[in-house]
Design a protein around this ligand. Structure first.
Ligand code: CA
Length: 226
């Protein structure tokens, strides 16, 4: 497991690095936002510990730009006391969790483990999951059914991924609008049309869906074993 620490306080950075290495993690570190972002874009990490107040590029900007590049690596923000209000913003810009300084090592390790577990559950370490009979790779945006490529648009992948991350539970249309489309101009009719298209691609019988179920009056539910 590779962790990137982006933290400008040398003591803090060293302390984290030593402790995480002691716990068996492979650790890389950076002391400003610009360099940190460069490392994120050029390497593959399993988790990022990201300080909020950083020189050159703030932690929020690093987080936002990482997600803009469709990099889903879990991010835990390190916020300072008094930045309470920023925590919410942090989660809204795509961070997975946060800890407030000063934090105990035990607390941080527990958060790291929880976030890694969640990430593993969400798309698998490789990014490849089975949805119905379709093998979907959310890391490279490819899908195959019995070796034959299934063509899907970027938006279809994103919709499928959101449903998969919330598999076996009902997802309402408002959640889809907010989290997949991110705007208020899309109508729920658009979502329904996308679902029809997705079903044509992954269901054995699109008229009798077994993978993406309709939950009447609410939304949809994706059924998956993994
Ligand atoms: Ca700082």
């Amino acid at each position: 497991m590779r962790i990137l620490i982006i933290e400008d306080e040398p003591k803090m950075q060293m302390g984290l690095k030593d402790n995480l290495e002691f716990e068996g993690y492979e650790v890389d570190s950076s002391n400003n936002g610009e360099d940190g972002l460069k490392k994120i874009l050029e390497n593959k990490f399993d988790l990022i510990l990201l300080d909020v107040m950083l020189p050159k590029l703030s932690g929020f900007d690093v987080c936002r730009k990482t997600r803009e590049q469709k990099i889903a690596t879990p991010i835990i923000l390190l916020t300072a006391k008094g930045e309470e209000i920023d925590k919410i913003i942090g989660l809204e810009i795509g961070a997975d969790d946060y800890v407030t300084k000063p934090f105990s090592l035990r607390e941080l390790l527990a958060r790291i483990k929880a976030v890694l577990r969640r990430a593993e559950k969400s798309v698998g370490v490789s990014g490849i999951v089975m949805i119905g009979r379709t093998e979907v790779n959310f890391a490279s945006y490819n899908a195959f059914e019995e070796g034959i490529s299934v063509q899907m648009s970027h938006k279809e992948f994103e919709l499928l991924k959101y449903l998969y991350n919330n598999r076996n539970q009902t997802v309402n249309r408002d959640d889809l609008l907010k989290n997949v489309w991110g705007d208020i101009f899309t109508t729920s009719r658009t979502i329904d049309n996308f679902i029809v298209k997705l079903r044509q691609k992954i269901e054995t019988d699109p008229n009798n869906p077994k993978v993406i179920l309709t939950v009447h009056g609410i939304g949809y539910k994706l059924i998956a074993m993994q």
